[in-house]
Design a protein around this ligand. Structure first.
Ligand SMILES: [Zn+2]
Length: 257
């Protein structure tokens, strides 16, 4: 899960209509850029490119009701409570209660080191020790631990309908891009092409894993996906993950991984 820095509220305080925050969120943490071209926008949780229906996501759910109380209603317009989410992550998470101390979040923790992305499309916990249950909670609340469902078309070809299948496809794309880069490692056009493919198809973490031994490519990916570099979760020279996260926005319960 790609760590990001949201920065201070662009309007200096809370939003009357949280939908108005979307443009700032997409610009700062939710888009991928090739030069001056905005290639795609992404879900903060599953890393998919989302062309429509990317929603302002409330980390602590605005709609949670406990008895007669809505404990997070006051966070409905709060900039620090916003990420971006696709329909799947948003609806899976729903109004389930979120205690900031109980899970890892991309705006304050190094969520990149928390998870393993495998070529079978499965996301698993990479951490051991006290942070492992927090990583697990993040996966379960967003449904990223869901298994693949087999979907075949009328020619019996496997079709990726959901996040697992899409991760498998991203893995194949990233692997073939890496083969091209490795065949001509000094060819800048091939490297640029690989970045464009990564931006178009999303799944930052998968690309970072496939290029784990190529700091040049990792550096390009880190700077192309907005908000990643500013998170401080990657060494600017080596691209090695920095943990615990520096949590540059000083958000509560940050730096848990
Ligand atoms: Zn998602």
């Amino acid at each position: 899960m790609r760590p990001v820095k949201r920065g201070a509220s662009p309007i200096g305080n809370d939003f009357n209509d949280y939908a108005d925050a979307k443009v700032y969120l997409v610009s700062r943490i939710g888009s991928g850029w090739y030069g001056q071209t905005q290639v795609a926008n992404y879900c903060s949780y599953c890393e998919r490119p989302i062309s429509t229906n990317l929603a302002v996501e409330h980390i602590q759910p605005k709609g949670l009701t406990v008895g007669l109380i809505q404990p997070y209603a006051h966070l409905k317009g709060k900039w620090e409570n916003f990420l971006l989410a696709c329909v799947n992550c948003n609806s899976t998470k729903g109004d389930e209660d979120v205690l900031l101390s109980d899970l890892l979040l991309p705006d304050r923790d190094n969520t990149f080191i928390a998870f393993n992305y495998d070529q079978d499309g499965i996301v698993s916990i990479a951490l051991t020790g006290p942070s492992a249950p927090l990583a697990e909670k993040t996966l379960s609340i967003t449904g990223l631990d869901k298994a693949a469902t087999q979907s075949l078309d009328d020619n019996q070809r496997a079709i990726a309908l959901e996040r697992v299948g899409q991760r498998m496809n991203a893995w194949l794309l990233a692997r073939s891009a890496k083969e091209d880069v490795d065949a001509e490692p000094h060819n800048q056009r091939i490297r640029n092409g690989a970045v464009r493919t990564a931006l178009a198809h999303g799944f930052f973490s998968i690309w970072m894993k496939v290029f784990e031994n190529d700091s040049d490519m990792r550096g390009r990916l880190i700077s192309a996906f907005r908000g990643t570099q500013d998170s401080g979760c990657f060494d600017p020279v080596t691209t090695a993950a920095i943990s615990p996260a520096p949590n540059p926005d000083a958000l509560p319960h940050g730096s848990k991984s």
